[in-house]
Structure formats: C-alpha cells, structure tokens
Design a protein around this ligand. Structure first.
Ligand code: AMP
Ligand code: GLY
Length: 416
C-alpha cells in the first residue's frame, strides 16, 4: 500500500511514524514533508494541489492522509480533488472543513444542533463588536484560519480595544467577521474521533498547553506540550462527551449533508455546567498527535485506509495503557517571531524517548538546525503520568540550541 501524508510538522512526523510501524508496511510519501521526515517517506516536490493529484495518480497512491488543515480548504479542497481522481482520502471535504476554517460556521452548526457551546454574536465592524460586548472578560475570535493567533480572551475594555484594532483597522488577519463570545472557565481537554459518514470512533484524549510560559502565562502558541492517556478523563465524563457532543456532531454532519471521513478534533472546556465545545479542528491536534500516536497499537495504516473507504473499523487499533507526555522545544522569539539557523545538538542522545521534528532543517554540514517557532517534540511514555513526564523532561534536557524555550510544567499543571 502507498500512502501520502500532507504536511511538514511534528504532527505529520508522528503520523508517518505510526504508519511506518504498521504491520501492513506501507510505502510512504510526504507533501511537502521535511528533512527529518525524509528518513521515513519520499518527499514530493510539486507546486500545487493539481500537480499533487497528478503525482498521486501517476505513482498509484492508495491513500492520502490529511495532516495540515490548510490544504483541506485550498482550491477545490484536497479531499474533494482526491475524490474526483478516485483516491481515498482520510480527511474531510472542503464544505465540511468549514467547521475549522470558519468559526462562525462552526458556531452556527453547534447552535443548530443544540451542542453545548458559549453564547455568541457574529459582527462585521468594531462598532458592532463594542455594542455586542456586555461584560468582561469577553472572548473575541477572528472568523478564519489565523495560525492560532486569531483569538483573544480580553479581561477588560483596553485589551478588547487593542484586538479590535488589529482585526478591523490593521486587518492583521485579512478581511473577515468577528465572533464575540461569552467567556467560559474550566480545564480544557482535546478529544479526537475518527468520523466516517454516520459512524465514529473516539480515540485517546489529550490535553495541550497553549501558553508560552509556565502556569499558563504569556501569549498563546500553537501548543507547548501535551499529555495523553485513556485515564485522562473518567469514563463518566467520556460518556457525557460522547452523548452530548460527539453523537450530535456526527448526526449534525449527516443532517446537513456534510460528508466527513477523517479525524475530528473537539476542543472542549470542562465548565461547572458540563463540557462545552470551544472549537472544532478537522485534523489531528498538534502537539497532541505527538503524544497520542505513540500509544497506538495495531495497524494504523489499515485503519486509516478502511476509514477513507467508508469502512471505519475500530478493531484495527487499540491504545496502550499508561501515559504519554510531549514537551515542545521552541526557538528564540516564539510566538511573536521565530529564529531559524540555530544548530541543534543532543538529538542522538535520546534514551527512552523519541523526537518528532516540528520545525527543523539540515544545514550544509548535514546538522539539524531550527527552522520555525516550534522546533522539536520530545515524547516519552510511562506507566504513570509522573514517570512519563520525568522521562520526557530528562531527554528534553539533553537537546540544546541557542534561544531554546520550553515549559517546565507540562503534565503537571492541572494535575498537581
Ligand atoms: P480557539 O482557537 O478557538 O481554540 O481558542 C484558543 C484558546 O482561547 C482556547 O484554547 C481557550 O483557551 C481560549 N478560549 C476560546 N474560546 C473561549 C471561551 N469561550 N471562553 C474561554 N476561553 C476561550
Ligand atoms: N493543539 C492545538 C491544535 O492542534 O490546534
């Protein structure tokens, strides 16, 4: 079986690793991939999706697995273009991927299908936004893909003013609407399900740590680490999430005529009145994938292939017991900026942990150097959360590069 994965980051490195360890031994390709991913998969160098589809046809690719979200809504949509070419794709159609690409679309979907979520108003201007804000704190969300930077939780009017200025005056994220949303409180959890038309399979839940500094201080990032375990959420909570959130979402997709085959990520907040949906993402989480996927047993490649063909089969995989912890090492300046070209040392000294490359490249001397904000994900497993955490951190400490940033409380905060 030949499988092509779209994307280039730590999540795709983790997906390709899980595929490469599948007993069915698929031959792997990555678009565009990275220098690190090149050790697992053949990189495909084409200028656009049309050329990618042509390559997949020519090469006889059996399955396309969507990693990054951007391709799902580009041009006619990766999944739609695969369908037209007769290539099974594990990733939703463009019309369904609006659940992630448009927050307004997602909020209307949630409301229409009576799925718990914060109350909201969609506005077109700063004046309308100010009129819709009735209390602080308030949450303001730009309605589009903004690389994790389009959301502001504003404790007061001054902060709201600054963000409204960025959205409507500076147009930092381009043209688009804004969602004014009630602020919820509680710990967050990431729940993943494989969705295949009307059926679903709930995977191992995880928690990611979005702020740059310990104790959830500083600006939001793409994610500074993650912890995953079947024990992360009590069975009663998972059942509540399944009944009130996953099932109505799957039924809603069916009712709205939105075809969906692929991973769906539910970003949830566990509020005092029960779990509520903060966001949908139409793909696996990053860095959650780096923590969850090493826990997969069975044949992940067959699992994705079957799902993409409309035959979701939960029995093809299972999840290991215990805990998995991922610590992200980020480059200087992140998240406001990032620095490339800092040489990385210590990658060969991992003992009981593995490293997924989020943003690295090889320099002329063949050494890995930084190439982006999030640089590496160091991941370890253990019987207990503390064991997994200690192992991940002990290994993360062996890797160094100038300006390295990391949090020290991954898998500790929200637990101890
Ligand atoms: P999003 O991009 O929608 O996931 O939002 C990014 C982060 O903003 C979330 O992970 C939450 O920490 C926070 N957030 C989003 N919506 C709300 C809300 N309604 N109440 C409180 N915090 C929120
Ligand atoms: N971990 C957050 C995300 O993947 O969007």
């Amino acid at each position: 079986m030949k499988i092509l994965v779209t994307g280039k980051g730590g999540r795709e490195h983790a997906i390709l690793t899980a595929l490469s360890q599948s007993p069915s031994q698929p031959q792997l390709f990555a678009y565009p991939g990275s220098d690190a991913i090149a050790s697992l998969a053949t990189r495909v160098d084409v200028p656009n999706l049309t050329e990618l589809i042509a390559f997949m046809k020519r090469e006889g690719i059996d399955l396309c697995v969507a990693g990054e979200e951007a391709w799902l809504v580009k041009d006619e949509g990766l999944s739609n273009m695969c369908a037209a070419a007769g290539i099974p794709c594990w990733g939703p159609r463009k019309e369904s991927a609006q659940l992630e690409a448009s927050k307004a679309f997602a909020k209307h979907f949630l409301k229409r299908h009576a799925i718990p979520t914060a109350d909201f108003t969609v506005v077109d201007s700063k004046e309308q936004a100010l009129a819709a804000i009735t209390q602080y704190p308030i949450v303001l969300k730009f309605d589009g893909l903004a690389a994790g930077k389009g959301v502001a939780v504003c404790p007061n009017a001054e902060d709201a003013e600054i963000f409204l200025d960025e959205v409507f005056t500076q147009r930092l994220f381009g043209p688009g609407q804004l969602i004014v949303e009630h602020c919820l409180t509680g710990p967050e959890i990431s729940v993943f399900a494989s969705i295949c038309d009307g059926s679903y399979h709930i995977l191992m839940p995880a928690r990611d740590y979005k702020r740059i500094r310990d104790n959830d201080q500083g600006p939001n990032t793409g994610g500074m680490g993650a912890v995953a375990s079947m024990a992360l959420a009590e069975p009663a909570l998972m059942q509540q999430i399944e009944e009130h959130i996953v099932k109505p979402t799957v039924a809603g997709l069916q009712r709205d005529g939105l075809p969906y085959r692929g991973f769906l990520y539910f970003g949830l907040m566990l509020t005092p009145t029960g779990p509520q949906v903060i966001e949908y993402n139409c793909r696996f989480g990053d860095p959650e994938a780096e923590a969850v996927l090493p826990m997969v047993r069975g044949d992940f490649a067959d699992y994705c292939f079957a799902g993409a063909q409309g035959k979701l089969d939960a029995s093809l995989i299972s999840f290991a017991e215990g805990w998995s912890v991922c610590v992200i090492l980020a480059s200087a300046g992140y998240p406001a900026s990032s620095r490339s070209g800092d040489v990385i040392s210590g990658l060969d000294s991992m003992d009981g942990a593995r490293v997924f490359h989020c943003g690295t490249r090889k320099n002329a001397a063949g050494e890995f150097e930084t190439n982006g904000g999030r640089v590496l994900a160091v991941v370890a497993q253990g019987t207990t959360r503390v064991e997994a955490r200690d192992l991940a951190y002990a290994n993360a400490e062996k890797i160094s590069f100038d300006g390295r940033q990391r949090r020290t409380d991954i898998a500790r905060m929200h637990f101890e």
